[in-house]
Design a protein. Structure first.
Length: 463
């Protein structure tokens, strides 16, 4: 046993430290499809030397200070739902699992916020809030896995982001442990907005733990909307659907949820030949919700859309968290998968979609199927989410990644909307956000973490 493990056991207690190989393996890049593929074909994968389970910010501070003395790598771990290798360890790394820091500390009825520890799972927090009539309205696909801290560190988003925004729009304040072990809040005063210097919390949202470990968060909460109207429409293709949603948003008819599936996804998931638009409006006044729904329905039908009732929406709601079942089916058929989330302005969405799809088609018959949907709509554009199914082959995997990244760049799209950078996208950081921004990020990392101990491999390649 190494000296740092002995010291951590002495300082934290043996119940908070594990070197059990089976336990460690369960926390190693759990959901990155590439790592899962390597495990399926029996290839060797990286693993940490230990895992620690802090139960307080003080525990985290002790772990970080100890790691600095030994220059040991630390990997902050929330729910393990990163799909880009953002929590991939190496042999000298210690995983810092925040799962025991999962308390809901305060639900403030007057100021409409919740104070939580960062290890609370989103689904568990939502259940606690719903008991008091509140909701985050934050529903990522990893709803039952993702934690508050992980969502913040990856700049996550959820199905209702069109109406409520991503996690960055919910965060009011953060407590962190710095790479030197200091415990601090990014704002000394909790307020809805402050111009006392830059908004420091944005430095940590999307940083994938590299600048510090999130230990607590203050998040906005909403009264659970009592009224909603949802349904599906069929249009000719994805571009037609995106234009229809753009028209709604530009006129202020903004749904809580909007999603447009391309014809392939629509055929696989809904059994129709065109493209499916899913919309959901919700609110606190029944008349207002009905009015918005009626205007949206009339607008889409005026563009040639065919109303299909609420059955497509209900089908999607019932199946959206069945990803483990779908992965198992692919595995049993000797196939594998990867997903890509990019974003683009309205004028570039069609080009980005068609360019990526053409690039995948050119890879040949080893690509079994590829499809996409548009979601997470904004005033200026939307996200595109691609799913690629392919024959199990690690070399083919990286050709797919390179194709999607390069084609997205050529189209003027961002290379990640909510999955983050991790290892998977690290080689493209000089293109997005760009060479000078990348240098600035590196300078911040060196200033905050001079020993480079916290998640040092997240934005570097996999060897």
């Amino acid at each position: 046993m190494s000296r740092i493990i002995e010291e951590l056991e002495s300082g934290l207690g043996s119940s908070k430290v594990s070197i059990d190989g089976e336990v460690i393996d369960r926390y190693t890049a759990k959901w990155w499809p590439y790592m899962l593929l390597l495990k399926r074909i029996g290839a060797e994968t990286p693993r940490a030397q230990a895992i620690v389970f802090p139960e307080s910010s003080e525990d985290v501070s002790y772990i970080v200070k100890t790691a600095n003395r030994y220059r040991a790598c630390l990997i902050p771990f929330g729910g393990g739902s990163s799909v880009t290798g953002a929590i991939l360890p190496r042999g000298n790394c210690i995983i810092v699992s925040l799962e025991r820091m999962n308390r809901v500390l305060e639900i403030n009825d007057e100021d409409l916020y919740v104070l939580v520890e960062s290890g609370v799972v989103i689904a568990d927090l939502e259940r606690r809030l719903s008991e008091k009539g509140y909701s985050l309205r934050y529903f990522p696909q990893s709803y039952h896995l993702a934690t508050v801290g992980g969502s913040i560190s990856s700049m996550g988003t959820g199905s209702h982001s069109t109406g409520y925004g991503g996690i960055e729009d919910l965060v009011l304040n953060l407590e962190l442990v710095s790479p030197l072990g200091d415990v601090f809040w990014v704002r000394g005063v909790l307020a809805p907005r402050s111009s006392m210097g830059p908004d420091l919390k944005r430095l940590y949202i999307g940083a994938e733990g590299r600048f510090g470990i999130v230990t607590k968060a203050v998040l906005k909460i909403f009264h659970t909307p009592p009224y909603s109207m949802s349904g599906g429409f069929e249009v000719r293709d994805l571009e037609t659907g995106v234009k229809a949603v753009r028209k709604l948003i530009s006129k202020g008819i903004t749904p809580a949820l909007a999603r447009v599936s391309d014809p392939v996804e629509s055929r696989l998931r809904f059994g129709v030949d065109g493209s499916i638009i899913l919309l959901s409006f919700e609110g606190y006044d029944e008349d207002v919700v009905e009015l918005l729904w009626r205007k949206a329905k009339n607008s889409i039908e005026g563009e040639g859309g065919r109303f299909l009732g609420d059955e497509p929406y209900r089908r999607w709601i019932e199946s959206r968290y069945r990803y483990e079942e779908e992965i198992r089916m692919l595995d049993e058929s000797n196939m594998w998968f990867e997903t890509f989330d990019i974003s683009a302005t309205w004028s570039r969405i069609s080009t980005a979609y068609r360019s990526v799809m053409k690039g995948l088609e050119d890879l040949g018959s080893d690509i079994v199927v590829a499809f996409a949907h548009a979601s997470h709509f904004y005033h200026n554009g939307a996200a595109l989410y691609f799913t690629v199914v392919f024959k199990k082959d690690p070399d083919l995997y990286w050709r797919i990644v390179e194709t999607v990244m390069d084609k997205a760049l050529e189209s003027g799209a961002s290379l990640s909307h909510h999955h983050g950078v991790g290892v998977m996208r690290s080689r493209w950081l000089d293109m997005d956000p760009g060479g000078t921004p990348r240098k600035i990020l590196d300078m911040i990392k060196r200033a905050l973490d001079p020993s480079n101990i916290i998640n040092p491999y997240a934005w570097s390649g996999f060897e």
